[in-house]
Design a protein around this ligand. Structure first.
Ligand code: HEC
Length: 116
């Protein structure tokens, strides 16, 4: 009986911990150099805009952190990055347009981090 109580107790802690686990981390937004990102992706996305990158970042920092923190998007090849974003966009239930902004932002983050 005691054991059962203990298990229930532990379970409730775990559940509570999961519920309150909101991703908090994040580097300040103003550290993002959108112009550098735009320059970095202009071959691939010639008509991308700073507004789009900002929208992408908002999704990345918002809808995409519902289940986990901000995942590193710089470590993937193009193909894998698109696969991951496709899969995760479904999980995050974002629109196609939002996904496009997110893709550009992810490429931007990667382009800037690669040039460092
Ligand atoms: C409904 C929950 C949920 C949402 C919302 C979500 N993710 Fe995920 N994500 C997961 C889970 C679970 C995993 C680990 C298992 C997997 O890969 O499916 C994961 C894994 C990842 C990975 C690592 C994948 C790999 O194979 O290396 C990345 C990158 C990622 N997510 C990015 C994102 C982005 C970007 C968004 C926003 C579009 C997002 N996630 C939204 C649940 C979510």
């Amino acid at each position: 009986m005691k054991q059962l109580f203990f298990i229930a107790f532990v379970t409730s802690i775990v559940v509570a911990a999961c519920k309150t686990k909101k991703s908090t981390t994040t580097s300040a937004d103003n550290s993002i150099n959108y112009d550098a990102q735009l320059a970095g992706i202009k071959d691939k996305f010639p008509d991308a805009t700073v507004e789009e990158l900002k929208a992408g970042n908002a999704i990345y920092s918002g809808a995409c952190t519902r289940c986990h923190g901000k995942k590193d998007v710089t470590k993937y090849t193009d193909e894998k990055l698109i696969q991951v974003i496709d899969k995760m966009s479904k999980k995050a239930k974002i629109t196609d347009q939002e996904k496009q902004s997110l893709v550009k932002f992810a490429y931007g983050v990667r382009a800037v981090s690669a040039s460092k």
